[in-house]
Design a protein around this ligand. Structure first.
Ligand SMILES: [Zn+2]
Ligand SMILES: [Zn+2]
Length: 247
């Protein structure tokens, strides 16, 4: 969910551009089908499903962010360069994301969402299929939220944003700067959700991520943040660097 950094491999630009075009095309087709299914009786069902889809995108952003902040390392085969490195680089240089253009910021998530949107097109929709229509709008708002994640995250780090964006941030409708600052503050293990951040406080109250880490450690023996822990312990064991005596 973090925009790939300059040091992480990215799909080629034409793949990302194609992903963005296909994403908006599929969203337009799904929106039209949702509109056709919208009626007086289905309005509330579809409305609730839409909100749930958007909230779920915040949860997905938190889980993916936590996963690659906490487990694996930059040298893990397949996952290391593509997924782990961008998250670790973002902690070292949080402003790196603000130097990415629209395609570099959002192309990745569009490519991930396109197959999901394509499958959703296979669902029946209309007043005679209210549950399938509800699933369709759930997928649509989920993918729109996933698409927005990197852009919202980028805006949360940007020195200046368009007035409309600042309005949305001030009202907590998308990830806010001060809210996200908590994640970039020691111990760097809080507020993983980066779409809207709505779920950060409820998940913290449940101690959700620490419980999940304890469960994974109990099942696998792996320790969370092993790469960071290893770096700290190596630093502590390293002999002091000799300083040159000044004349
Ligand atoms: Zn992080
Ligand atoms: Zn950040």
């Amino acid at each position: 969910m973090t925009a790939p950094s300059a040091s992480a491999p990215r799909p080629s630009q034409w793949q990302e551009k194609l992903g963005v075009v296909l994403f908006f095309l599929l969203c337009a087709l799904l929106t039209r089908r949702v509109g056709l299914a919208m009626g007086a009786q289905t309005f509330w069902v579809l409305g609730v499903s839409g909100v749930l889809g958007f909230v779920t995108s915040d949860l997905v952003s938190g889980l993916v962010h936590w996963l690659f902040d906490t487990w694996f390392s930059r040298t893990t085969p397949v996952l290391g360069k593509t997924f782990v490195t961008p998250f670790r680089v973002h902690h070292e240089d949080p402003l790196d994301i603000t130097r990415h253009g629209f395609i570099a910021t959002n192309g990745h998530n569009c490519l991930v969402s396109v197959p999901v949107l394509g499958l959703a097109l296979l669902l029946p929709s209309g007043p005679e299929a209210p549950l399938a229509s509800a699933a369709l709008i759930f997928v649509l708002t989920l993918c729109l939220g996933v698409f927005g994640t990197n852009q919202f995250h980028k805006w949360a780090h940007s020195a200046s944003t368009p007035p409309g964006v600042a309005w949305l941030q001030a009202r907590g409708l998308i990830l806010g700067r001060e809210h996200h600052d908590v994640h970039h503050t020691e111990p760097y293990t809080r507020h993983y959700c980066i779409t809207t951040g709505w779920l950060n406080r409820p998940l913290a109250a449940l101690d959700f991520f620490r419980r999940l880490e304890h469960l994974i450690t109990a099942l696998t023996g792996q320790r969370p943040r092993e790469e960071a822990l290893h770096a700290v312990s190596t630093e502590q064991q390293a002999p002091p660097v000799p300083t040159l005596a000044t004349p």
